[in-house]
Design a binder for this molecule. Structure first.
Ligand SMILES: [Fe+2]
Length: 202
C-alpha cells in the first residue's frame, strides 16, 4: 500500500468507525427513559373553559408543564426501576417510605403528575355547583356552599408563590389546606377532593 492510499484507508476507517459510533449512540434505547407514566389526555378542548381559562393557558399547562412532570418522573424510573411497579397515587401516598434516591422526584414530579391529573378531571363549566352528599358535607363542615366558596377562595389567595389549595377529606371531615409546590394531601394521609392550582395561571 503506498503512503497515499494508506492515508486514505485510515481516513476511511476513522470516518466509518465514527459513523458507526454515532449511529450506535443514536440507537441507544437507554438514552430515552421508559414511558412508564403517561400524560393523560385533557378530556376536552383547550378552549372549553373560556372565558375563565383561555386556550393558550390550557395548552401550555397541559402539554408543557404536566408533560414535563411526567417526563421527569419517567427519568426517575430509569434511575430507580422499582418505581415502575407502582401507580403514581401509590408513590405519592407512600412518600415516607420511598427509596432515598427517588423521594425528591416523587414529591415534585410524581406530585405534579398526580395533582394535575386530578385537576383536569375536575374542571368543568356550568355544572350548577355540588349536589347530594357532597353538598351536605360542605354545609356540615363550612355552614353553606357559599361560605365554603368564600373560605376556599380566601385560602387560595394566601398561597405564597407556587402551590395548591385543596379540599381534603381527612379523618372523616372536610378541610381546606394550602400546600406548597406539588405536595399532595395524599402524602400525609388525606384524600384530595378538589384543588386550585396557584401560580402558572394565578
Ligand atoms: Fe399547574
Amino acid at each position: 500500500m503506498n503512503p497515499l492510499s494508506r492515508r486514505n484507508a485510515i481516513k476511511t476507517i476513522v470516518l466509518t468507525t465514527g459513523a458507526l459510533a454515532t449511529s450506535g449512540a443514536l440507537a441507544q434505547p437507554a438514552a430515552t427513559p421508559p414511558e412508564v407514566f403517561k400524560l393523560p389526555a385533557l378530556g376536552f378542548d383547550y378552549d372549553a373553559l373560556e372565558p375563565h381559562i383561555d386556550a393558550e393557558t390550557m395548552k401550555i399547562h397541559h402539554d408543557k408543564h404536566h408533560a414535563a412532570y411526567v417526563a421527569k418522573l419517567n427519568a426517575a424510573v430509569a434511575k430507580e426501576p422499582s418505581l415502575a411497579t407502582k401507580t403514581v397515587e401509590e408513590l405519592v401516598t407512600h412518600l415516607d417510605t420511598a427509596p432515598e434516591n427517588a423521594a425528591v422526584d416523587i414529591r415534585n414530579h410524581g406530585g405534579g403528575h398526580f395533582n394535575h391529573t386530578l385537576f383536569w378531571q375536575h374542571l368543568k363549566k356550568g355544572t350548577g355547583g355540588p349536589q347530594g352528599d357532597l353538598l351536605k358535607a360542605l354545609e356540615q363542615n363550612f355552614g353553606s356552599f357559599a361560605k365554603w366558596q368564600e373560605q376556599f377562595g380566601d385560602s387560595a389567595m394566601k398561597v405564597f408563590g407556587s402551590g395548591w389549595t385543596w379540599l381534603v377529606l381527612r379523618k372523616g371531615r372536610l378541610v381546606i389546606e394550602n400546600l406548597p409546590n406539588q405536595d399532595s394531601p395524599l402524602s400525609t394521609g388525606g384524600q384530595p377532593l378538589l384543588g386550585i392550582d396557584v401560580w402558572e395561571h394565578a
